[in-house]
Design a protein around this ligand. Sequence first.
Ligand code: PMP
Length: 312
Amino acid sequence: MLTPTEKIWHNGHFIRWEDAKVHVLSHVVSYGSSVFEGIRCYSTALGPAIFRLSEHIRRLQDSAKVYRMEFAYSAGQLSEAILELIRVNKMGACYVKPVALRGYGDVGVNGIKNPIEIYIACWEWGKYLGEEALAEGVDVCVSSWNRMAPNTLPAMAKAGANYMNSQLIKMEAVANGYVEGIALDTAGYVSEGSGENIFVVRDGKIHTPPLGASVLPGITRDAIVTLARDNGIPVVETIVPREMLYIADEVFFSGTAAEITPIRSIDRITIGKGRRGPVTERLQTEFFGVINGTKPDRHGWLSPVYATAAVK
Ligand code: PMP
């Protein structure tokens, strides 16, 4: 369970955690009309620093645009609000969640006139799939649920409604004794986990499903592609048949919450040697190296909380 912090940002003001409430007849409650982000602030050599803040804000704006939601706040204002929120709550490493929702007003499906409420909360948070998962790997399954079909719910938007699909995937996986489920797209190709992108390694080459396979354009996914290329590891965005998962040398998840989590079995079939493989480990070293300051932040991914001039 999460521990409350003192303040939540709401439409330009800091309010008490307890006061961040919406009316039950708000549009979002019936229709899932929200867009949101999940962002990590790490404890780094530069003090608390946010990982890829500008990319998260951009994706939030993109998600909103798809759903015709207009924000009264610019990217710069939202970035500053996030940094200030962390300072106001005196947080170090934490998870930050901005959410924009259609609020109280009309009760019909068309919520275009309902007010857009933006909230940003932060709280302390550990490793998503467990501390051990990063080193040992996790046991997962292929879900019986598909990701959304193209032109139904847009997978590129990080919208609340999409997470009904994620819940089906996750709940089924957990009910069957797995940590997570991998969903296929409606063509039967590998898409992604309920809250993670997926990477498949075979013969030293990395494969990851393209955006057309109903995946969220993960910011960690992009970081991994960048780090792989920086390190001369070939990486391709290509359709991945289901059976490619089983015969892979390594498979891993990526995500803000999952970071880089190795997968050691899928549907009880052992992947590679049944533990974290060398490519996964190398990418973890690069990824955590940037965060820990043992590797240079070559791509300017960290925004220190206490040096606003460094915000991109
Ligand atoms: N896919 C889904 C469905 C997700 O919810 C997430 C988490 N935001 C991801 C992929 C990974 O994206 P990111 O690396 O930006 O956290």
